[in-house]
Ligand binder design. Structure first.
Ligand code: SAM
Length: 346
């Protein structure tokens, strides 16, 4: 396994068999070496600073019906909310005072007639906080809406493709959702000038190792600025709620593989990983080469309603109020918070 890790570090590429071996090998020493090499690459590019993004969970209203997601439109057990403009601006204000210089607005996919409101919201945030990056993670929209959001001042867009395999995509989504549309959205976002992030859920129902290799090869070709990966976690009110969660081992191997493929890419150590491995998931991600964390800035009153999966972590070091705890946690492994905007730098 070591020679594959060395080749990946030197050339940023392997053939599909090489990726498959890195994902499936039982060679514990080799896996430790994979993480070590990825960590070295991350430290030589970013030092021991970890970027923080303030996550604002804008809404759990969603027009889509993804079979894995707790806020899918068919889930009647969820109490729906959408933050008001004033609430969002208040979250940003609090985040700014705490030191955040990136705000991430994430949410379900609002009805199409709400697009002008989203554009106006971005414009207001941009007008008030010139020095902050605005990241959106609001799903699929027509190209002209993406253009207006970009013109209003949004800098980055996160849209996981979820899986590059059409048959697998169809197992996870209703028939009206199409993989081609997701991929088209990513191309549009990139050509509009957004810094773009994509990614997958690791261990999603029906996912094979070959599927993950297809994802790696798709991401290789897209060359995104950010890569978001977390384990699949079941949500009991969804059709896929009985499936087993994804594995932290596979998730962290992927962090390391992507770090070696793309030394400068921004990789969050995700809330889902920290939910799967309470207490140390976030640190495991960093030890595997991740360099971003996204504490929650949403009002405490709505956090339980943004229930994508069961047991979602949103308090302590996962929350913006818990920033001291986060700093303390990072210091135990020799890292600290980097309060910069953390743009992708070529
Ligand atoms: N609607 C937007 C979209 O689809 O990109 C943003 C919100 S969506 C809830 C954000 C991400 O949550 C999805 O891309 C998906 O990967 C993740 N997610 C949803 N349900 C999940 C689950 N059960 N386990 C792990 N991650 C999940």
């Amino acid at each position: 396994m070591k020679h594959l890790v060395d080749t990946l570090r030197a050339t940023h590429h392997l053939d599909s068999g090489g990726y498959k071996t890195l994902l499936s090998s039982h060679d514990r020493e080799g896996i430790t070496y994979l993480h070590q090499q990825a960590r070295q690459v991350a430290v030589s590019g970013f030092g021991h600073g970890i970027y923080v993004r303030g996550l604002i969970e804008l809404t759990n209203v969603c027009r889509n019906d993804c079979l894995y997601c707790g806020i899918r439109r068919s889930n009647r057990a969820v109490e729906r909310y959408c933050l008001t403009t004033a609430q969002v601006l208040q979250c940003c204000r609090q985040g700014y005072e705490l030191g955040f210089r990136t705000f991430v607005l994430q949410g379900g996919e609002l009805p199409r007639h709400r697009a002008p409101w989203l554009v106006e919201l971005v414009r207001e945030i941009r007008a008030m906080w010139h020095d902050c990056a605005i990241t959106l993670s609001l799903g699929e929209w027509p190209g002209d809406v993406y253009r207006q959001l970009h013109q209003a001042g949004a800098d980055r867009y996160l849209l996981r493709h979820e899986t590059r395999n059409a048959a697998h995509y169809a197992m996870l989504h209703p028939a009206e959702m199409k993989l081609e549309n997701r991929l088209r959205c990513l191309d549009r976002l990139k050509s509009l000038g957004f810094q773009v992030g994509t990614g997958i859920m690791v261990g999603s129902p029906g996912q094979s190792l070959d599927n993950i290799v297809e994802d790696i090869e798709y991401i290789e070709q897209l060359a995104p600025h950010m890569i978001g990966l977390g384990p699949f976690l079941p949500q009991h009110d969804t059709p896929l709620g009985n499936h087993a969660p994804g594995s932290s081992d596979l998730t962290t191997r992927l962090y390391s593989i992507f770090r070696l493929m793309f030394p400068k890419v921004l990789i969050p150590s995700t809330t889902a990983l920290n939910t799967l491995c309470p207490g140390d998931g976030r640190l495991m991600g960093i030890m595997a080469g991740a360099n971003v964390v996204m504490p929650n800035l949403s009002p405490a009153s709505v956090r339980d309603s943004y229930a994508l999966y069961d047991g979602k972590a949103s308090s302590n070091a996962e929350s913006a109020e818990g920033i001291k705890q986060l700093e303390q946690q990072l210091s135990t492994i020799g890292y600290h918070i980097n309060w910069g905007r953390g743009d992708y730098n070529d």
